[in-house]
Design a protein around this ligand. Structure first.
Ligand code: AMP
Length: 432
């Protein structure tokens, strides 16, 4: 199917073509006609599937058909959980809107509010916002939500994880009851289902990926590793496999800073991004990473959502997330828009319960390997085979490491990573 079959205006089709998009992604193909028809919608779509265009394009189409009388008031509100996602949705929306006469602005905390207030005073059609700053500006009477006719709750599951339920309910109470509602979530807990009932009115459902599944184009594997050897393993993989760009997730801000500083001191350019950094520093770090000025971006989960880094080849779970859903979101940073990507998890013995929860959620057994020198099994393991010993030695061009895999039959060298995609499901036999 091509974009011109979806019923979008010529101005939007021109913008889409300028972006270089030729065919709609599955979520766009399904969602755009539904939204254009005026339906409420509940969509299960992961980041990387093209979901932003699936709601921004029909919103722009609908709003551009309605004549503006008097001063512009926001008519569409898009709520996102993080500043990065808000900024990204805003950037996408602006490029799609470039041939229309619609105006949009983005509102989030952590930066001076004055430019945001000024933009609101100029009159806007669409506001993209994080909940806290939106309510802040509302309470200061800098905006009205009385004209909102289209409302999007993006990454609703993350909103709840971040404790925004109260803010969302308050924001909903400030909008007219008569409006079109679109809700996106990558995962579906009982709480999300309840929120769905509160917000959506007879919604059409769009499901481009089974809930809690991981994107097919992402290959997943892991290394058993001693906790104290994780940094060395990361440095080894970066150098040995010559990674150009990797996003590395740590559980804590302190851990992220520490890791980033250490690898940077070894000559591998790196920067950390987390909630304690100023918005300016976060934006700069992301921009430097995107421009390949830094090779390794070390992030906490706050940064896991909303990062759109095209063709990111590697995501590393340096620490496994304690919330299994975060695994799905983290690895969604790779394999975007159909491109292949590899998600690598470092699993230390104290993290086996986290691994088990993740595997249960995604219904997939992540193949694990060991690299010699980075893992000390409790009992001597026959599986760690020294270089030059035995039949199962892998050809390795690297110095000092050989690998062995369990739960995975493919051959690997240390230059290539043994990976499995979710469709290659394996029996769940683990070492724990
Ligand atoms: P999203 O899931 O909205 O974050 O989009 C992920 C990436 O896919 C972004 O870099 C978009 O620019 C890109 N994208 C969105 N729609 C298409 C499309 N139809 N064809 C190619 N790339 C797209």
């Amino acid at each position: 199917m091509s974009f011109d079959k979806l019923g979008l205006s010529p101005e939007l089709l021109k913008a889409v073509a300028k972006q270089g998009y030729t065919i709609p992604t599955p979520i766009q193909e399904q969602a755009i006609p539904l939204v254009l028809a005026g339906s409420d919608m509940l969509a299960s779509a992961q980041t990387g599937t093209g979901k932003t265009a699936s709601f921004t394009l029909p919103i722009l189409h609908i709003l551009s058909k309605i004549e503006i009388k008097g001063r512009r008031q926001p008519r569409a509100l898009i709520l996102t959980p993080t500043r990065e996602l808000a900024a990204q949705v805003s950037n996408n929306l602006r490029s799609y809107a470039q041939f229309t006469n619609l105006r949009s602005t983005v509102i989030y905390g952590g930066v001076n509010q004055n430019p945001q207030v000024k933009a609101l005073q100029q009159g806007q059609d669409i506001v993209i916002a994080t909940p806290g700053r939106l309510l802040d500006l509302y309470n200061q009477r800098h905006l009205s939500l009385k004209s909102i006719s289209m409302f999007v709750l993006d990454e609703a599951d993350r909103m709840l994880d971040m404790g925004f339920l109260g803010d969302i309910q308050k924001i909903i109470s400030l909008m007219p009851a008569q409006r079109q509602n679109l809700m996106f979530s990558a995962t579906f807990s009982g709480e999300i289902k309840k929120l769905t009932k509160d917000i959506l009115n007879n919604p059409a459902t769009v499901d481009v990926s089974p809930p809690n599944s991981t994107v097919e184009s992402i290959s997943q594997m892991g290394y058993r590793v001693d906790k104290s050897k994780k940094k060395d393993l990361l440095v080894h993989l970066i150098n040995d496999q010559n990674w150009n760009q990797a996003l590395v997730f740590c559980r804590t801000k302190h851990g992220a800073n520490n890791l980033s500083e250490k690898i940077d001191s070894l000559g591998i350019t790196s920067v950390a991004i987390h909630g304690n950094k100023s918005q300016g520093a976060r934006t700069k770090a992301l921009a430097d990473f995107k421009r390949n000025k830094v090779r390794i971006l070390v992030a906490t989960d706050i940064a896991a959502r909303g990062l759109d880094i095209p063709l990111l080849p590697h995501v590393v779970n340096f620490d496994l997330p304690n919330i299994p859903e975060d695994y799905v979101h983290r690895i969604g940073r790779t394999g975007r828009a159909g491109a292949d990507g590899v998600a690598i998890s470092f699993v230390s013995p104290d993290e086996k319960n986290y691994l088990r929860s993740i595997e249960r959620l995604i219904d997939f057994s992540i193949p694990l390997e060991e690299l010699e020198g980075f893992y000390t099994p409790k009992k001597p393991s026959k599986k760690v085979i020294a270089r030059g010993e035995g039949k199962s030695v892998r050809k390795s061009t690297s110095s000092g490491s050989s690998s062995s895999s369990r739960g995975y039959k493919g051959k690997t060298t240390s230059k290539e990573t043994a990976v499995a995609k979710p469709k290659d499901r394996k029996p769940k036999k683990r070492w724990y």
